[in-house]
Design a protein around this ligand. Structure first.
Ligand SMILES: [Zn+2]
Length: 381
């Protein structure tokens, strides 16, 4: 076995910061040449050490985007791992500043704000932009703030934020011509991407870190997902190799599949293909139980959505579609998409939204869904 296994072995025997640092160096540079053997051996090793509650130096709570938040411990060296992994997946090409841009509908009755985020995160500058005024002014207000940032930065947002932003030519050319180094999206296929953006070389980094399971990935400039060997996929769950404070095996409802073939990406990194789909339990399914999802769908849609959610309940599909510019052709496109995928149930359109659920604002969602706020349709017409 290679040096990565040895580093895990040393770290588990003596989980000091020096060993964590050595382990991270090997994790970061791992070339996946003995990956299958590594997974087998390291999962046995991790199970031997079991749960060591005393090492849980940090208590975390998951976002609760599936309904109920989950509480768990992370450790040892929780902050060390958070720092290294956040930086590695959110800024794979170097340490960038991050501007988090909220969805135009995320905050109600708040003036525009552009606030630095303080804390111990590994980015030189981190700002949050929030705006819930007149949505027609959203882009110009955003640009006014971004133009003042004098270092390269990435723009981070949730699916509906990018669905809205990427539909605007002004935003696309802003991303292509200014200091923006790329777009950062969170653990959904870039449903909100646009072909023009990718074709023009904009780096769209869809990324994820799940601190309970250790699952992580980022998307490189060549549009390939890569992950760090900090978790092992087993038939009955996932093993978080960073965390000694909890039981080794974590059950999970995300779809995580790792392909069999090792390849070298044009970016230079060696990798095994990773397929990830969050919250399988809440995914929309067709009559045969197959997950219905197509990240090409928004390429066909014409309207500029402030919010689009397709929510499957027992009897029907509710489509909440709040747009800046009502486009009835989109209704036919969405209906056709659902029918051609054999999704059962009556399709009902609403010009309202029940967004604001949890942290992820997914566009496709089924069953267990908890609307928190409702907007009267006239507000947006
Ligand atoms: Zn790559």
């Amino acid at each position: 076995m290679g040096s990565l296994y040895d580093s895990y072995s040393a770290y588990y025997s003596d989980p000091c910061l020096r060993n964590a640092d050595r382990l991270w160096a090997d994790v970061y540079l791992y070339d996946f040449s003995d990956y299958h053997e590594f997974c087998q051996q390291v999962s046995l090793l991790r199970k031997q050490f079991g749960s060591r509650k005393s090492l849980g130096e940090m208590s975390l709570t998951s976002s609760g985007s599936m309904g109920l938040p989950r509480h768990y411990q992370l450790g040892p060296h929780a902050l060390y791992w958070i720092f290294q992994l956040e930086r590695a997946v959110k800024s794979p090409e170097g340490t960038d500043s991050i501007i988090e841009v909220s969805s135009p509908l995320m905050f109600v009755n708040r003036p525009a704000s552009f606030e630095p985020v303080t804390g111990d995160l590994p980015f030189p500058i981190r700002y949050t932009f929030r705006y819930s005024g007149d949505h027609r002014d959203y882009l110009s207000v955003l640009f006014r703030h971004l133009e003042k940032v004098d270092v390269p930065f990435v723009i981070s947002g949730l699916p509906n934020t990018f669905l809205f932003l990427n539909a605007h030519k002004d935003f696309q050319s802003f991303v292509q011509t200014t200091r923006v180094r790329g777009l950062l999206s969170h653990d959904w296929e870039p449903f909100y991407r646009k072909r023009e953006l990718i074709a023009s070389g904009v780096h769209i980094n869809d990324n994820c870190i799940n601190w309970t399971t250790g699952v992580n990935f980022f998307t490189c400039k060549a549009n390939q997902k890569h992950f760090f060997p900090l978790f092992v996929v087993e038939s009955d769950g996932l093993i978080n190799l960073m965390n000694l404070a909890e039981e080794p095996i974590n059950s999970v409802d995300d779809l995580v599949e790792i392909g069999a073939q090792r390849s070298q990406c044009v970016c230079g990194r060696w990798y095994f293909p990773l397929r990830f789909f969050p919250h399988v339990e809440c995914a929309i399914r067709n009559r045969l139980g197959k997950i219905v999802f197509d990240c090409e769908l928004p390429e066909k849609l014409m309207a500029k959505y402030l919010n689009l959610q397709i929510i499957q309940t027992e009897e029907r599909i509710n489509i909440y579609n709040v747009t800046q510019d009502v486009n009835t052709e989109d209704h036919a496109i969405l209906e056709d998409f659902l029918r051609s995928n054999d999704v059962p149930g009556e399709i009902v359109f609403f010009s309202t939204t029940s967004a604001m659920c949890g942290g992820k604002l997914p566009t496709f969602w089924a069953g267990r869904y908890f609307p928190m706020r409702w907007y009267p349709s006239q507000r947006f017409i």
